[in-house]
Ligand binder design. Structure first.
Ligand SMILES: Cc1cc2nc3c(=O)[nH]c(=O)nc-3n(C[C@H](O)[C@H](O)[C@H](O)COP(=O)(O)OP(=O)(O)OC[C@H]3O[C@@H](n4cnc5c(N)ncnc54)[C@H](O)[C@@H]3O)c2cc1C
Ligand code: FES
Length: 261
């Protein structure tokens, strides 16, 4: 399946990482084979009319030839329903959607994730580790507290990557923001891949510009269709007039394409 498609995916595993962070693995061979890092799926969380709209989630991992994983935090009704889903249930997915990260030969590389923005970085890290002559990769991840980072940092470390952590409460790694970790790095030109809350990405994109690093960001907006039809995910262009539509032109953009506000 090269084009995005609809797939009835069976849940094969559920994990609760913290009281409100969950990981769900589904068997979805079409999406698994076509997916690229940074792409997302639209999930119909319930057969009922409420919530009516599908919810977007980054592809967190592709496991083997036919399984896909999403990582999510419960923030409302849709994610609450997903958190209660059990093994064997079918989930209606559409994907893979959007434009993902560019896999570059430029190195060293720096992956920077904040909160649930870490979700697409594991898949990206796995694919980067598969390229011939594995590049030098540093991963910087931040979250509110230790429990939100432990499992994700471990998964990244198991790929053999250097991982540095930051937490708001100082319970793991640097006490402060993940962007603070950039200050301690050497100033070699790097390619940065960034995903996290908007203020964090805006700050990190600014730091990368000062450092002279190339920077790709994965944006999140409210999404109704995920397919470029409703125009509800528009963000202003950084260069020229008009708007970018996050679901169709992104969610991954060169940081310079975005008008940061
Ligand atoms: C491309 C993309 C990838 C995403 N990947 C992930 C992921 O990997 N893991 C994850 O946990 N979440 C991800 N999200 C966000 C996720 O889609 C929302 O958290 C989810 O749709 C909320 O659904 P809900 O019904 O639980 O909450 P709702 O009841 O719809 O909303 C609850 C609260 O969350 C806010 N909210 C809902 N959706 C968004 C959004 N897209 N951006 C900002 N605020 C929002 C609402 O304003 C409201 O305050 C992604 C969003 C996009 C656009
Ligand atoms: S979500 Fe409908 S156009 Fe992007």
């Amino acid at each position: 399946m090269d084009q995005p498609g609809q797939e009835n995916a069976t849940i094969t595993r559920t994990e609760q990482l913290t009281p409100d962070i969950f990981r769900i693995t589904v068997r979805a061979p079409g999406i698994a084979q076509a997916a690229r890092p940074g792409q997302f799926v639209m999930v119909r969380v319930a057969d009922a009319y409420d919530p009516l709209l599908r919810r977007p989630f980054s592809i967190h991992q592709v496991i083997g030839p036919d399984q896909v994983q999403i990582l999510f935090k419960v923030v409302g009704k849709g994610t609450g329903i997903l958190a209660r889903a059990t093994v064997g249930r079918e989930l209606d997915l559409v994907g893979p959607l959007g434009r993902g990260f560019h896999i570059t030969r430029q190195q060293p590389l720096c992956l920077i994730g904040g909160g649930m923005g870490i979700a697409p970085l594991l898949f990206l890290a796995q694919r980067l580790c598969q390229v011939p002559e594995k590049p030098e990769i540093l991963v910087l991840v931040g979250a509110g507290t230790r429990s939100e980072l432990l499992a994700l940092a471990r998964d990244l470390e198991q790929l053999g990557l250097a991982v540095r952590t930051a937490t708001d409460d100082g319970s793991l790694g640097h006490h402060g923001l993940v962007g603070d970790l950039l200050a301690g790095l050497d100033r070699r030109a790097r390619q940065a891949y960034v995903c996290g809350p908007y203020p964090m990405m805006r700050a990190v994109a600014g730091q990368c510009r000062v450092l002279g690093w190339s920077c790709e960001v994965s944006l999140e907006t409210m999404m109704a269709c995920g397919l470029g039809a409703c125009l509800g995910c528009a963000v202003p262009r950084g260069q020229g007039d008009g708007y970018l539509h996050v679901c169709k032109h992104g969610p991954v953009f060169d940081a310079q394409e975005v008008a940061w506000r």
